[in-house]
Design a protein around this ligand. Structure first.
Ligand code: PGA
Length: 258
């Protein structure tokens, strides 16, 4: 796991965007896109590079991580609508190559299996963008999710529904109870993952992910098994790390050698 300790919250967006841009410059790219507050700065920076520097997404396909069950794609809080509003509609990525699980599918189990097949058919994800929940979830893989899970139906933890109530006029009861989410096994197959975390409310989850044991109790700790995982943190999210000095030294050395 590579840990990047940023000096500011804005730096997190820039560093994560650098990783995505580097992959885009290699050729056609399959991105895995997270929704939520954490990656917003990354998407804003990519949009800026598209507008001001001509960075093109014309050869990008993208799969979102998850979707609320029961919400049609057109719902304002569906992750399909959200990722369009926050990223895809502002760049030159062809909309027909944006894929989300269909939260209103008649058979959610079939839809989950179909989604995994669609990711494989596209050749797998090149770079997966991730946030982390205050309870250590990635996607909607809540604590005790199988470390080898595939895309499937999950029930949201009450903490997640409370955290996401801000998108539903502060009514946790209005946050759907079920979702479709890529599994930890699915996410682990991405060739590269970039997890961004911002703010002091993520510090404990970040520590458990990076320095705790690999455990289904902290689903993000599954990334310790990933051969190419980068964790990009602002100072508040990194505040509980025991080995911060080591990560900083490794980062400086890495930058000198580049
Ligand atoms: P956030 O959520 O980016 O909105 O903080 C992250 C997550 O719950 O995965």
């Amino acid at each position: 796991m590579q840990i990047i300790l940023c000096k500011s919250t804005h730096d997190v967006g820039r560093r994560a965007a650098d990783i995505i841009e580097a992959r885009l410059r290699q050729g056609p790219t399959v991105l895995g896109l997270a929704t939520g507050g954490s990656p917003a700065l990354t998407y804003q920076e990519l949009i800026r590079r598209h507008r001001e520097e001509g960075l093109s997404f014309s050869r990008v396909s993208a799969f979102t991580l998850d979707e609320y069950a029961g919400l049609p794609p057109a719902h304002v809080q569906s992750y399909y609508s959200t990722i369009r509003r926050e990223f895809v509609d502002h760049v030159d990525m062809p909309l027909e190559r944006l894929y989300t699980p269909q939260g209103d599918a008649a058979d959610l189990n079939d839809e989950a299996a179909r989604y995994d097949r669609a990711i494989s058919a596209a050749g797998g994800v090149d770079v997966q963008v991730l946030g982390i929940g205050t309870n250590g979830h990635i996607g909607f893989n809540e604590p005790t999710s199988s470390l080898q899970s595939r895309t499937r139906v999950k029930m949201l933890a009450s903490r997640t529904r409370a955290d996401n109530a801000r998108f539903f006029e502060d009514e946790a009861e209005d946050v759907p109870r079920l979702c479709l989410t890529q599994g930890l096994g699915t996410i682990g197959e991405a060739r590269q993952v970039v997890l961004v975390a911002l703010g002091s409310n993520k510090a404990a989850a970040v520590r458990a992910m990076v320095e705790g044991p690999i455990s289904a109790f902290c689903p993000a700790s599954a990334l310790q098994l990933h051969p190419h995982a980068t964790v990009v943190l602002d100072p508040a999210a990194a505040a509980d790390l025991a080995l911060a000095d080591y990560y900083r030294e490794a980062q400086e050395l890495h930058e000198q050698l580049l």
